[in-house]
Ligand binder design. Structure first.
Ligand SMILES: [Zn+2]
Length: 68
């Protein structure tokens, strides 16, 4: 189960949570204010994986993250 970085759109609190699917994010509530409405931020792990996949197809004009 992937670990996602989530950011609350209500209070701006950022935290990590295990999310079973993208649909589950809309049902996940902020651990601080308890209000649903979270923005999904790509974690470093997910970013490195997606970068490896898309890197071969795109020219990498927008390389994400702190890597290189
Ligand atoms: Zn919140």
């Amino acid at each position: 189960m992937p670990m996602y970085d989530l950011k609350c759109l209500n209070c701006g609190h950022e935290f990590e949570d295990l999310v079973s699917s993208h649909d589950a994010i809309s049902e996940t509530t902020c651990e601080k204010c308890g209000i649903p409405g979270l923005e999904l931020k790509p974690s470093l792990f997910a970013a490195s994986v997606s970068a490896g996949i898309s890197g071969s197809t795109s020219s990498g004009s927008c390389a994400p993250g702190p890597f290189r």
